[in-house]
Write a protein that binds this ligand. Structure first.
Ligand SMILES: [Zn+2]
Length: 278
């Protein structure tokens, strides 16, 4: 599942490729918007919001937003029109064909969103309908101690909830996926099922989440350790030795989240269950 840093890079890719151009054609392959006509729309920007993408247009003075979400398998790709798509055509959910940049010469580009989990077209003024439920965005440019404190408050509001599940809940704080949830629990020395109310220092975990996502937002490959050759502490390392203590990393399906998000990874030595002697 894409994490906030991947979505951030995707937004940057679309923003670079499309902003300042006019759409020649837009094909939204979802029933609700199959007949939407965005041709002639000037692309203003693409911005990330947690794990959501907002691509904004000006269509004859009307400000519109294409809201997309990568969910589990989604990707956006940008290439020259006519280039061979790297994913099957039937998985394309949005195809945006944009003319040359308005302020300089250049070739048209095509942006294709494959396997997107959400495709909505709405008034830009109504963006809060699709992202208003999100907690503070860890990669928001305006991130500060107030947003961090708000994220901590939201986490603390459900003290019995397991830490990992609470970190994955985008209404608490936005941007954490399965990788960061596992790695943050490890770095805090806490079992993923530790109730939030028993976590002594949530502020440090939120701070670490923000720093890790920021460190990785411009990197092609995510690293939560200091070593790119060993990029994670526990995530996706079930059965392998812990990098600190050598204990086999455990994995299990747990928590109250669906699909692959259920797989949890932890070191039973470095992350003992709550209530046990440390
Ligand atoms: Zn360990």
């Amino acid at each position: 599942m894409p994490e906030g840093d991947t979505v951030y890079r995707t937004a940057a890719l679309l923003d670079r490729a499309l902003s300042g151009r006019v759409l020649e054609r837009a094909d939204l392959r979802v029933p609700r918007h199959a007949t939407a006509d965005l041709s002639g729309a000037a692309v203003l920007a693409t911005v990330p919001c947690g794990k959501h993408l907002l691509t904004r247009f000006d269509l004859d003075g009307a400000l519109l937003t294409l809201h997309t979400h990568l969910k589990m398998e989604g990707v956006w790709r940008v290439h020259r029109p006519g280039a061979r798509w790297e994913r099957p055509g039937h998985t394309a959910r949005a195809v945006l064909l944009a003319g040359p940049p308005l302020d300089r010469r250049g070739a048209p580009v095509e942006a294709v969103g494959f396997s997107l989990g959400a495709v909505d077209l709405l008034a830009t003024a109504a963006e809060s309908d699709v992202v208003g439920h999100l907690g503070p965005d860890l990669l928001a440019p305006e991130w500060d101690e107030h947003l961090a404190a708000r994220a901590v408050d939201r986490l603390q509001a459900s003290p019995h909830r397991p830490l990992r599940s609470a970190l994955l809940d985008q209404t608490n704080l936005a941007g954490i996926g399965n990788v960061y949830a596992a790695e943050l629990c490890y770095l805090a020395g806490l079992h993923p099922e530790t109730p939030v109310g028993e976590v002594a220092d949530l502020a440090t975990i939120v701070d670490q989440a923000q720093r890790l996502l920021t460190l990785n937002r411009d990197r092609p490959r995510r690293v939560t350790t200091a070593d790119p050759r060993a990029p994670t502490w526990v995530y996706s390392r079930g059965g392998q030795p812990c990098r600190r203590c050598g204990t086999r990393i455990r994995s299990s399906s747990s928590g109250d989240v669906p699909g692959r998000e259920r797989i949890s990874y932890w070191c039973p030595t470095c992350q003992p269950p709550s209530g046990s002697d440390r």
